[in-house]
Design a protein around this ligand. Structure first.
Ligand code: GLA
Length: 380
């Protein structure tokens, strides 16, 4: 990928620049908890974005996307927002850097990526953190990684219409090879956990299904959680986020909120606890408990939070039938991947059978990605 980027850079812009890279992410457990101030447990992966960048001495940004085979030029004022969705991620990162007092000199960039789009692996966070890191470095802005992660998150909020939490951008900025990160999304306190489950593999099965309305449905889920938290706060003022609430406090407001808001909140409060249980189990090397929690998360995401789809439910059910240790929908949902914790000896049979049965049921192929936990944003 590096050579392709470089030869395009030379032909588009002349003399070469500096290379930066960043990563997509997986999440072992803790889904839709981040914007509720809860825990998540992600790690960066060996699929990401790579960019070659060079200041161009103007006030304009000139971009070339190898994957879209398209170029865009924009200025750095708010009114210069580009029409192309892919370019808006980078424009947003420039604007959010400026809003935080950072300098953004005009630059040329060519970039490419290998994070499958719409698979729930956060290709957008990879793009944001690659450029946030590069711009910070090239302009000597001195923003720390926390601020770079927030720049990516604010880009989603203010330029891409998704009111996401901090998980994806945090994992993409802070990721380390071989380590998962347990992150408290309220305080941003975090702890690295070496993840090398001997005798097991982590594999993603991509349904290749992507639902168009995913971002509005996502924002809608977030509003449900905020309404439930506000109702609980009336009785318990210390509840700032839903993750601060005990289950019994939710029960107290059952008739003050809608049934839908109640079941969304019920899922979130259970999920926050599951992350902690999984971390404890991991420290004991108890992968059976980790896997059981994954199935519980799938059930919650499917039946209570309602962000699954028939293809994902089919794969999780098949995993259970084949005695796979753990399986669940990963990321925002509404399509994308299941993440599976599989014993070495079951791995091949499971992947083969899942591919066959999925094709027979839905008429199209699934894709298989082995997970390698890798480094996040960096200069190459
Ligand atoms: C998406 C969002 C994240 C997080 C997950 C669900 O990936 O970008 O902030 O909310 O969904 O856990």
């Amino acid at each position: 990928m590096k050579e392709k980027i470089h030869s395009k850079f030379l032909s588009q812009f002349g003399e070469g620049g500096v290379f930066y890279a960043s990563a997509g992410r997986i999440n072992l457990i803790g889904e839709h908890t981040d914007y509720n101030g809860g825990y998540v447990f992600p790690g960066a992966i060996d699929k990401g974005i790579m960019a070659e960048i060079k200041p161009n001495g103007t006030e304009k940004v000139r971009l070339y996307s190898l994957d879209y085979d398209a170029s865009v030029i924009f200025g750095l004022e708010e009114a210069d927002k580009p029409a192309e969705a892919w370019a808006r991620y980078i424009f947003g990162v420039c604007r959010e850097t400026i809003k935080r007092g950072g300098k953004v000199a005009g630059f040329d960039a060519v970039f490419a990526g290998d994070v499958p789009l719409g698979a729930g692996l956060s290709s957008s966070a990879a793009l944001e953190s690659c450029f946030a890191f590069a711009i910070n470095d090239l302009n000597h802005n001195g923003l720390d990684l926390f601020e770079l992660a927030r720049i990516g998150q604010s880009t989603e909020h203010n330029y891409c219409g998704v009111k996401c939490g901090i998980m994806d951008q945090f994992a993409s900025c802070f990721g380390k090879k071989g380590q998962l990160i347990r992150l408290n999304c309220k305080t941003l306190e975090h702890q690295y956990f070496p993840f090398n489950p001997e005798g097991y593999k982590l594999v993603l099965l991509d349904t290749c299904v992507k639902h168009e309305l995913a971002s509005s449905a996502y924002n809608y889920r977030r509003q449900s959680c905020e309404r439930a938290a506000a109702a609980i706060k009336q009785n318990h003022p210390e509840v700032e986020f839903l993750s601060d609430s005990k289950r019994v406090w939710l029960d107290e407001v059952r008739d003050k909120i809608t049934e839908e808001d109640f079941i969304r909140a019920e899922y979130v409060i259970g999920e926050v606890q599951r992350v902690l249980d999984v971390c404890d189990a991991l420290e004991r090397g108890d992968y059976e408990t980790v896997g059981e929690m994954m199935y519980q998360t799938h059930f919650g995401l499917s039946r209570l939070y309602e962000v699954s789809c028939p293809e994902l439910d089919f794969l999780a059910k098949l995993a259970r039938k084949m005695e796979v240790t753990g399986s669940r929908v990963m990321g925002g949902g509404f399509g994308g991947c299941t993440i599976n914790l599989v014993k070495d000896e079951l791995y091949e049979g499971f992947v083969r059978k899942a591919a066959e049965e999925f094709k027979a049921e839905f008429g199209h192929e699934l894709k298989v990605y082995d997970v390698v936990i890798s480094d996040g944003a960096r200069k190459l």
